[in-house]
Each structure stands twice: as structure tokens, then as C-alpha cells.
Write a protein that binds this ligand. Structure first.
Ligand code: NAD
Length: 486
């Protein structure tokens, strides 16, 4: 990635080369904060996919033989460089997808670097076992072998995090990675690809092919790709799983969420309101955000007033301004979809608009800004309570007892995260097992948890796990070796 006269330029990183042109043409990248074209993205197509897979398969022959501690050192250096370039990456991310630099620096870059580092640490700690099966007759042992070439397909909302959560684990396991970032967010990935090259990553081990759905599909269907790791929406996840199914190719899916934040009357309400207001992170465009607030009826009015007050004070603005806490959503189409959802919820489904609900005007009118929005009296079965909005919108729902809260929380197709606020320890333990979600966070804890903990979804939020040892083991095969003693 380079910037020329303030225009952003991304590259295709293929077999040790940086290409300014791709076979699928050019995507004119629009800055979501201004609505203006700010750069060109060369798009990779099936031709680059073929070349990338061949280069990765060739590179895999050597990369898998690297001493694990050498892999750990190289990956750790890359993580350190990501951290050291925090300022540039946060600015690039702000221009790429509108994430405020404040959130990029405080959350996303440390998150990406931290997960990358954690995966690096597992590179030389993966062990097989000696298994007693027929003592005296055979010695049986297990070997962990890298699965091969891994395709990582990311959406646009958090590519720096994606490097830590999705790219580093297969590399640590000894796999080669072909990353396809979204054409909407290719610049930060191009920047990190340069870091990999500068730190001595052999050509073909990491490939970056910015591109659209066609490039993604070619990658998924390529017989030389051994496993797919996908982060994005459910409809695309289904197509990818179906394509992988045809080839019996394993796939890891990190999809959407509709996470509940359950607030009981004994909770620290200030803390619970902070969790509720975190829906403004990345303008509501993050998979684990608490987009439903389930509030006990006895505190409903008080609590929704607190959240509406907090959301009403969020400084909206230029993502490059350090004071900005919420930037734009990704596109004009997203603005229209989000406002339509809010409109339908209030007009047709009886929801009450407690704050927000409009596009921001004035200086922000040319960008894709939506006011942080709280809807009250939302029916748990209505569209806005069931499906992802992927915008700064949260839905408040009343409940009268714990059983009802759990039923509502579990009553969507998703199961990515859950949040609970209560001081009752027994309730904490009951809900920890009753909630159908990959991560359940109590009393202000966040999701995902740290990089040492597994992260992933239940139900339609996906399958497979990122994070910790499990996240690296996703990319190894377990081979049993049996040796006769005579
Ligand atoms: P999307 O599903 O439209 O696209 C994601 C990626 O898939 C892009 O790179 C795109 O080019 C590619 N793609 C599209 N069609 C493809 C095909 N047929 N084959 C292969 N690749 C294809 O993403 P979106 O809906 O814009 O992203 C938002 C979604 O991502 C939300 O649902 C959000 O919750 C989810 N998300 C999940 C996580 C998680 O970790 N669980 C993290 C971030 C975002």
C-alpha cells in the first residue's frame, strides 16, 4: 500500500511480486466519510487465483519444514511491526472503512497484533502424543501436519483484526495463506503484506488478492485449496459451505450475530448501559455487538433512558478526528438499508424511536452517517430483533423473569455472543450454560475475550473456532502412525 497525493493505492501481493494491476479490473474506492473516490484497487480474478495457489503449493513444500521456533520468531516480528505501525494503520483503517482512529488505536490494531502474537506463540508448542493401543505389539503415535494451502476470505469491517484471528493461526500451523480481503477494505491488508515481505516471509507463503465475489468463489472452488476460513455474512457463508461441501473441503465460518445484553434489576446499571452503548463501535458494524437489550420490566424505563442519553451524546464525525467516537457506515446502500429497517420497525411493528433514527446532516451530509439509534418496546419476533442490522441500531425488549429472558435471548437463528449484567453469582452460572452462544460475557466483560480463548459461533453464527490452541489446531491434520515392534 502506498499513498500518492493523498490517494490510496493498494496492491496485489502475489508470489513475491507487488502488482498494481489485476485481471478483474479496478475498483474505485469511496471514502465512507466523504462519499468521494479516494483510490484505486486493482482486482484479482481467477487468473491470479490460479497463480497464487500454484505459488502457495510450491512454497508450502519448504514452509512446512521450517523449524517451528523460526516460524514463531518471524510471526512474532510481524506482530511487533503491526503494533509499531499503529498510527498509520489506524489512519488507513479510518479512510478505508470509517472506523474512528480512536477505536483503531485503542482496540483494533492492538487486537490484530495481539491475536497475531498469540498465534505465533503456538507455532512451536503443538505436540502429538504416544498412544498406548497394543502395548508390546505396536507403538502408536500421532503427528500433527499442516493441512496445506488455506484460503482466508474476509469482510470489510475489521481486516487488521482478521490478520490476527484468521491469517496468523494457519501460518503458525505451517500452512500457506491466500487472503482475499474485501475490495471495500484492501489497503490495510496491502500494508501488512508489505510488512510480511520486509520481515522475510518467503514468497508464496502469504498472498493477498484484493477482489470481489468472483475471486472469492474461484479461491473456494480451487482444488489446490485445502481449507477455507471465511468471515462475513450468513448468505455468503451458506454459498461457501455448499461449494466446499461439493469438494468435501473443510471450512471455518465466522458469520453474523444478534447478541443479547440481558440486564437484571440487581445489575450495576451504569456498567450495563456502557455495554449497551458499545453498539456504536465501528458504527454498529461488528459481529459481536450487543444489538438487543433485554431489560427487566421493573427497570425498563430508567435503563432505556440511560442508554438513550448515552447514545445521544456520542460525538459523530470525521473518523480521522481523535475526538470522534462514531464514524460513518460503509456505503450509501448500507445507509438506505439501515434507515429502512428502522422505519419498518417503528411504522409496521410498533417499536418506539427513543433516540436517533436519522441520517446525520450538516457537514456530515455527504458521508454515510447515521445517528446512534435506540428502539424501544421491540417485539422479540420482529425483523429488527431477529436479524442483523449491521448499523448503529439497538433494540430494547422487556422481560419479566429469567426464564423469559433466556428464551428471548436464544430465540434467534444466531449464537455468536451474549452479555449479562447481574450481581447474582448463581444466576451467572445458570446463564453461562443456558445461553446458546460461543462467548457469554458477564458484567462488562467483552466479546471476543482475549486471544488465548476460543472464539466462534453457535447455530447460524458459524462453526469452527479462532483463538488459542484450538484456533491453530483448525489447520492441522492428526495422523496416527503405528509401528509394529517385531
Ligand atoms: P459478505 O458476506 O458480503 O462478504 C464477505 C467476503 O466474502 C468479501 O470478501 C466478499 O468479496 C466475499 N464473497 C462474496 N461472495 C462470495 C462467494 N460467493 N464466494 C466467496 N467469497 C465471496 O460480507 P458482509 O455481509 O458485507 O459482511 C458483514 C457480515 O460479516 C455481517 O454479517 C457480520 O456479522 C459478519 N462478520 C462476522 C464476524 C465474525 O467473526 N463472526 C466478524 C466480522 C463480520
Amino acid at each position: 500500500m502506498t499513498t500518492t497525493e493523498n490517494r490510496l493505492v493498494s496492491e496485489i501481493h502475489l508470489a513475491g511480486r507487488r502488482l498494481a494491476e489485476g485481471s478483474a479490473g479496478v475498483y474505485e474506492h469511496v471514502n465512507p466519510a466523504t462519499g468521494k473516490v479516494q483510490g484505486e484497487v486493482p482486482l484479482a480474478g481467477p487468473a491470479e487465483v490460479d497463480e497464487a495457489v500454484a505459488a502457495a503449493q510450491e512454497a508450502f513444500k519448504e514452509w512446512r519444514k521450517w523449524r517451528p521456533e523460526d516460524r514463531r520468531r518471524l510471526l512474532t516480528r510481524i506482530a511487533e511491526r503491526i503494533r509499531a505501525h499503529e498510527d498509520e494503520l489506524a489512519v488507513l483503517q479510518a479512510r478505508e472503512n470509517g472506523l474512528p482512529v480512536s477505536q483503531g488505536k485503542a482496540v483494533l490494531v492492538p487486537h490484530g497484533a495481539g491475536w497475531f502474537e498469540a498465534a505465533a506463540g503456538w507455532a512451536d508448542k503443538l505436540e502429538g502424543a504416544v498412544v498406548p493401543t497394543t502395548p508390546g505389539e505396536t507403538v502408536d503415535l500421532t503427528l500433527l501436519e499442516p493441512i496445506g494451502v488455506v484460503a482466508v476470505i474476509l469482510t470489510w469491517n475489521a481486516p487488521i483484526g482478521g490478520w490476527g484471528m484468521c491469517v496468523a493461526p494457519p501460518l503458525a500451523a505451517g500452512c500457506c495463506v491466500i487472503l482475499k480481503p474485501s475490495e471495500l477494505a484492501p489497503f490495510t491488508s496491502s500494508f501488512i503484506a508489505r510488512i510480511c515481505e520486509e520481515e522475510g516471509m518467503p514468497p508464496g507463503v502469504v498472498t493477498v488478492l484484493p477482489g470481489g465475489p468472483d475471486a472469492g468463489e474461484a479461491l473456494v472452488r480451487h482444488p489446490g485449496v485445502a481449507k477455507v476460513s471465511f468471515t462475513g455474512g450468513g448468505p455468503t457463508g451458506r454459498k461457501i459451505a455448499a461449494a466446499c461441501g461439493e469438494q468435501l473441503k473443510p471450512v471455518l465460518l465466522e458469520l453474523g450475530g444478534k447478541s443479547a445484553n440481558i440486564v437484571f434489576p440487581d445489575a450495576d446499571l451504569a456498567k450495563a448501559a456502557e455495554t449497551a452503548a458499545s453498539v456504536i463501535f465501528s458504527a454498529g458494524q461488528a459481529c459481536t455487538l450487543p444489538t438487543r437489550i433485554l431489560v427487566h420490566e421493573s427497570i425498563y424505563d430508567e435503563f432505556t433512558a440511560m442508554v438513550a442519553g448515552a447514545l445521544g451524546q456520542i460525538p459523530l464525525g470525521d473518523p480521522l478526528d481523535p475526538a470522534t467516537m462514531m464514524g460513518p457506515v460503509i456505503s450509501e446502500a448500507a445507509v438506505e438499508r439501515i434507515l429502512r429497517t428502522v422505519d419498518e420497525a417503528t411504522r409496521d411493528n410498533g417499536a418506539e424511536l427513543l433516540t436517533g433514527g436519522s441520517r446525520a446532516g450538516g457537514e456530515l451530509a455527504s458521508g454515510y452517517y447515521i445517528e446512534p439509534t435506540l428502539l424501544g418496546n421491540v417485539s422479540p419476533t420482529s425483523e429488527v430483533a431477529q436479524n442483523e442490522v449491521f448499523g448503529p441500531v439497538t433494540a430494547a425488549i422487556r422481560f419479566s423473569d429469567e426464564e423469559e429472558a433466556v428464551a428471548i435471548a436464544n430465540g434467534t437463528p444466531y449464537g455468536l455472543a451474549g452479555y449479562v449484567h447481574t450481581r447474582d453469582v448463581s444466576r451467572v452460572l445458570r446463564l453461562a450454560s443456558a445461553l446458546e452462544a460461543g462467548t457469554v460475557a458477564f458484567n462488562g466483560a467483552g466479546a471476543p475475550a482475549g486471544p488465548g480463548a476460543p472464539f466462534g459461533g453457535y447455530k447460524e453464527s458459524g462453526y469452527g473456532r479462532e483463538g488459542g490452541k484450538l484456533g491453530v489446531l483448525e489447520f492441522v491434520q492428526h495422523k496416527t502412525v503405528s509401528v509394529a515392534l517385531s
